[in-house]
Write a protein that binds this ligand. Structure first.
Ligand SMILES: [Zn+2]
Length: 234
Protein backbone atom coordinates (compact mmCIF):
# COMPACT_ATOMS: atom_id res chain seq x y z
CA UNK A 1 0.00 0.00 0.00
CA UNK A 2 2.76 2.43 0.88
CA UNK A 3 4.51 1.51 -2.33
CA UNK A 4 1.26 2.30 -4.12
CA UNK A 5 1.07 5.74 -2.49
CA UNK A 6 4.67 6.42 -3.48
CA UNK A 7 3.90 5.42 -7.06
CA UNK A 8 0.80 7.61 -7.09
CA UNK A 9 2.81 10.62 -5.97
CA UNK A 10 5.28 10.07 -8.77
CA UNK A 11 8.89 10.20 -7.79
CA UNK A 12 8.99 13.53 -6.01
CA UNK A 13 11.67 12.74 -3.39
CA UNK A 14 10.29 15.31 -0.92
CA UNK A 15 6.85 13.70 -0.95
CA UNK A 16 8.30 10.21 -0.74
CA UNK A 17 10.46 11.18 2.22
CA UNK A 18 7.51 12.76 3.95
CA UNK A 19 5.50 9.56 3.61
CA UNK A 20 8.42 7.54 4.97
CA UNK A 21 8.67 9.97 7.92
CA UNK A 22 5.00 9.66 8.77
CA UNK A 23 5.16 5.89 8.39
CA UNK A 24 8.12 5.65 10.78
CA UNK A 25 6.47 7.91 13.34
CA UNK A 26 3.29 5.85 13.25
CA UNK A 27 5.29 2.69 13.92
CA UNK A 28 6.29 4.09 17.30
CA UNK A 29 2.95 5.49 18.56
CA UNK A 30 0.95 3.54 21.10
CA UNK A 31 -2.15 1.55 20.18
CA UNK A 32 -4.25 4.13 22.03
CA UNK A 33 -2.75 7.08 20.15
CA UNK A 34 -3.15 5.26 16.86
CA UNK A 35 -6.84 4.70 17.55
CA UNK A 36 -7.18 8.35 18.49
CA UNK A 37 -6.02 9.32 15.02
CA UNK A 38 -8.89 7.25 13.61
CA UNK A 39 -11.43 8.62 16.12
CA UNK A 40 -10.44 12.24 15.38
CA UNK A 41 -10.18 11.61 11.66
CA UNK A 42 -11.79 14.93 10.77
CA UNK A 43 -8.78 16.69 12.27
CA UNK A 44 -6.19 14.45 10.60
CA UNK A 45 -4.54 15.19 7.33
CA UNK A 46 -5.79 12.67 4.76
CA UNK A 47 -2.36 11.25 3.96
CA UNK A 48 -1.61 10.73 7.65
CA UNK A 49 -5.02 9.10 8.07
CA UNK A 50 -4.39 6.69 5.18
CA UNK A 51 -1.05 5.71 6.67
CA UNK A 52 -2.64 5.32 10.12
CA UNK A 53 -5.23 2.93 8.68
CA UNK A 54 -2.41 0.89 7.14
CA UNK A 55 -0.54 0.83 10.44
CA UNK A 56 -3.71 -0.35 12.22
CA UNK A 57 -3.98 -3.18 9.69
CA UNK A 58 -0.32 -4.04 10.22
CA UNK A 59 -1.06 -4.43 13.95
CA UNK A 60 -3.94 -6.81 13.33
CA UNK A 61 -6.87 -4.51 12.65
CA UNK A 62 -8.95 -2.08 14.70
CA UNK A 63 -10.88 -4.75 16.62
CA UNK A 64 -7.67 -6.44 17.74
CA UNK A 65 -6.26 -3.09 18.86
CA UNK A 66 -9.30 -2.24 20.92
CA UNK A 67 -9.29 -5.70 22.50
CA UNK A 68 -5.67 -5.23 23.57
CA UNK A 69 -6.31 -1.90 25.24
CA UNK A 70 -7.26 -1.60 28.85
CA UNK A 71 -11.02 -1.16 28.99
CA UNK A 72 -12.00 2.39 29.86
CA UNK A 73 -13.76 2.48 33.21
CA UNK A 74 -17.26 3.85 32.70
CA UNK A 75 -18.35 6.73 34.92
CA UNK A 76 -21.85 6.94 36.37
CA UNK A 77 -23.37 10.40 35.91
CA UNK A 78 -26.45 11.86 37.60
CA UNK A 79 -28.81 13.49 35.08
CA UNK A 80 -30.70 16.67 35.99
CA UNK A 81 -32.93 18.91 33.88
CA UNK A 82 -34.43 16.14 31.75
CA UNK A 83 -38.18 16.28 31.15
CA UNK A 84 -40.97 13.92 30.39
CA UNK A 85 -41.04 12.99 26.76
CA UNK A 86 -42.83 10.63 24.53
CA UNK A 87 -40.01 8.13 24.54
CA UNK A 88 -39.17 6.10 27.61
CA UNK A 89 -38.88 9.06 29.98
CA UNK A 90 -42.28 8.86 31.64
CA UNK A 91 -40.75 9.08 35.11
CA UNK A 92 -39.05 12.39 34.47
CA UNK A 93 -40.74 15.59 35.75
CA UNK A 94 -42.47 18.32 33.82
CA UNK A 95 -40.65 21.66 34.05
CA UNK A 96 -43.80 23.38 35.35
CA UNK A 97 -43.40 21.48 38.64
CA UNK A 98 -40.08 23.12 39.46
CA UNK A 99 -40.44 26.88 38.95
CA UNK A 100 -39.54 29.26 41.77
CA UNK A 101 -38.80 32.87 40.76
CA UNK A 102 -35.72 34.38 42.35
CA UNK A 103 -34.42 31.15 43.90
CA UNK A 104 -30.80 31.62 42.81
CA UNK A 105 -30.64 35.28 43.88
CA UNK A 106 -27.06 36.55 43.94
CA UNK A 107 -25.71 33.29 42.50
CA UNK A 108 -27.86 33.36 39.35
CA UNK A 109 -25.10 34.58 37.02
CA UNK A 110 -22.63 32.01 38.35
CA UNK A 111 -25.19 29.20 38.02
CA UNK A 112 -25.89 30.10 34.39
CA UNK A 113 -22.18 30.33 33.58
CA UNK A 114 -21.62 26.86 35.04
CA UNK A 115 -24.55 25.35 33.16
CA UNK A 116 -23.31 26.79 29.87
CA UNK A 117 -19.68 25.74 30.14
CA UNK A 118 -19.93 22.03 30.91
CA UNK A 119 -17.96 19.50 28.89
CA UNK A 120 -20.04 18.36 25.92
CA UNK A 121 -20.51 14.61 26.33
CA UNK A 122 -23.28 13.88 23.82
CA UNK A 123 -24.44 15.62 20.67
CA UNK A 124 -27.73 15.22 18.86
CA UNK A 125 -28.61 15.89 15.26
CA UNK A 126 -31.77 17.79 16.21
CA UNK A 127 -32.47 20.68 18.59
CA UNK A 128 -34.51 20.91 21.79
CA UNK A 129 -37.29 23.46 21.97
CA UNK A 130 -38.52 24.94 25.26
CA UNK A 131 -41.42 23.00 26.81
CA UNK A 132 -43.21 26.10 28.10
CA UNK A 133 -46.06 27.02 25.75
CA UNK A 134 -45.69 30.45 24.17
CA UNK A 135 -42.05 30.91 25.19
CA UNK A 136 -40.83 33.66 22.89
CA UNK A 137 -37.17 32.62 22.73
CA UNK A 138 -37.54 28.92 23.25
CA UNK A 139 -36.60 27.63 19.81
CA UNK A 140 -33.43 25.58 19.42
CA UNK A 141 -32.22 25.95 22.99
CA UNK A 142 -29.76 23.08 22.76
CA UNK A 143 -28.49 20.06 20.90
CA UNK A 144 -25.95 18.68 23.38
CA UNK A 145 -25.56 17.33 26.87
CA UNK A 146 -23.01 18.81 29.26
CA UNK A 147 -21.25 17.17 32.20
CA UNK A 148 -18.91 18.15 35.01
CA UNK A 149 -17.85 14.55 35.62
CA UNK A 150 -20.53 13.96 38.27
CA UNK A 151 -23.73 15.51 36.88
CA UNK A 152 -25.07 15.64 33.33
CA UNK A 153 -27.63 18.10 31.99
CA UNK A 154 -29.07 19.21 28.64
CA UNK A 155 -27.57 22.28 27.01
CA UNK A 156 -30.96 23.98 27.25
CA UNK A 157 -31.14 23.81 31.05
CA UNK A 158 -29.62 27.29 31.30
CA UNK A 159 -32.60 28.60 29.33
CA UNK A 160 -35.05 27.01 31.79
CA UNK A 161 -33.22 28.46 34.78
CA UNK A 162 -32.84 31.93 33.26
CA UNK A 163 -36.23 32.34 31.62
CA UNK A 164 -38.48 30.13 33.75
CA UNK A 165 -36.76 30.06 37.16
CA UNK A 166 -36.41 26.29 37.26
CA UNK A 167 -34.90 25.28 40.59
CA UNK A 168 -31.94 22.91 40.81
CA UNK A 169 -31.13 20.31 43.49
CA UNK A 170 -29.17 21.55 46.52
CA UNK A 171 -26.60 18.76 46.00
CA UNK A 172 -25.82 20.08 42.50
CA UNK A 173 -25.66 23.69 43.77
CA UNK A 174 -23.21 22.57 46.46
CA UNK A 175 -20.99 20.98 43.79
CA UNK A 176 -21.02 24.20 41.73
CA UNK A 177 -20.16 26.27 44.79
CA UNK A 178 -17.36 23.91 45.92
CA UNK A 179 -15.90 24.09 42.41
CA UNK A 180 -15.72 27.88 42.61
CA UNK A 181 -18.57 28.10 40.06
CA UNK A 182 -16.28 26.74 37.34
CA UNK A 183 -16.66 23.32 35.73
CA UNK A 184 -13.52 21.38 36.69
CA UNK A 185 -11.13 20.50 33.83
CA UNK A 186 -11.09 16.79 32.98
CA UNK A 187 -8.38 14.55 34.44
CA UNK A 188 -6.87 11.99 32.00
CA UNK A 189 -9.43 9.28 32.85
CA UNK A 190 -12.37 11.69 32.46
CA UNK A 191 -10.93 12.96 29.16
CA UNK A 192 -10.94 9.39 27.84
CA UNK A 193 -14.49 8.87 29.06
CA UNK A 194 -15.54 12.04 27.26
CA UNK A 195 -13.86 10.99 24.04
CA UNK A 196 -15.45 7.56 23.98
CA UNK A 197 -18.67 8.53 25.80
CA UNK A 198 -17.95 5.91 28.47
CA UNK A 199 -20.81 6.99 30.73
CA UNK A 200 -23.83 5.41 32.32
CA UNK A 201 -26.71 7.50 33.66
CA UNK A 202 -28.26 6.86 37.09
CA UNK A 203 -31.67 8.52 36.70
CA UNK A 204 -32.93 7.73 40.19
CA UNK A 205 -31.73 10.93 41.91
CA UNK A 206 -33.46 13.30 39.46
CA UNK A 207 -36.69 11.28 39.40
CA UNK A 208 -36.91 11.02 43.21
CA UNK A 209 -35.90 14.64 43.87
CA UNK A 210 -38.21 16.22 41.29
CA UNK A 211 -41.15 14.08 42.35
CA UNK A 212 -40.59 15.00 46.00
CA UNK A 213 -40.36 18.70 45.17
CA UNK A 214 -43.38 18.53 42.87
CA UNK A 215 -45.51 16.77 45.46
CA UNK A 216 -44.91 19.44 48.06
CA UNK A 217 -46.43 22.01 45.70
CA UNK A 218 -50.21 21.90 45.84
CA UNK A 219 -50.51 18.41 44.52
CA UNK A 220 -48.66 19.04 41.28
CA UNK A 221 -46.00 16.57 40.35
CA UNK A 222 -48.23 13.53 40.63
CA UNK A 223 -47.09 10.96 38.16
CA UNK A 224 -49.69 10.18 35.51
CA UNK A 225 -50.22 6.62 34.42
CA UNK A 226 -48.18 5.28 31.57
CA UNK A 227 -51.36 4.57 29.63
CA UNK A 228 -52.49 8.20 29.99
CA UNK A 229 -49.05 9.46 28.92
CA UNK A 230 -49.07 7.22 25.88
CA UNK A 231 -52.49 8.59 24.97
CA UNK A 232 -51.18 12.16 25.25
CA UNK A 233 -48.23 11.24 23.05
CA UNK A 234 -50.57 9.88 20.41
ZN1 LIG B 1 -38.65 28.91 27.43
Amino acid sequence: MVAGLVAWLGHDPRQVNKIRDIELKLRSVSDRDLLEILVTKNQSESRQLSLAVMEVDRRGGEAALRARLEPIRRAVLKPIGFWQGCGSDFDYPQPEWLTQPGWANADATSVLAYLRTGHACRRYLGYDDCRFPGCTDGDRIGSKEFTDGEWVWPEGLGHYVERHSIILPGEFCAKMRQSGWAVPPPNPQFALQLRYHAFDYDRSFWIDWSLKVGRTRSGIGQKGSTAQRLKECG
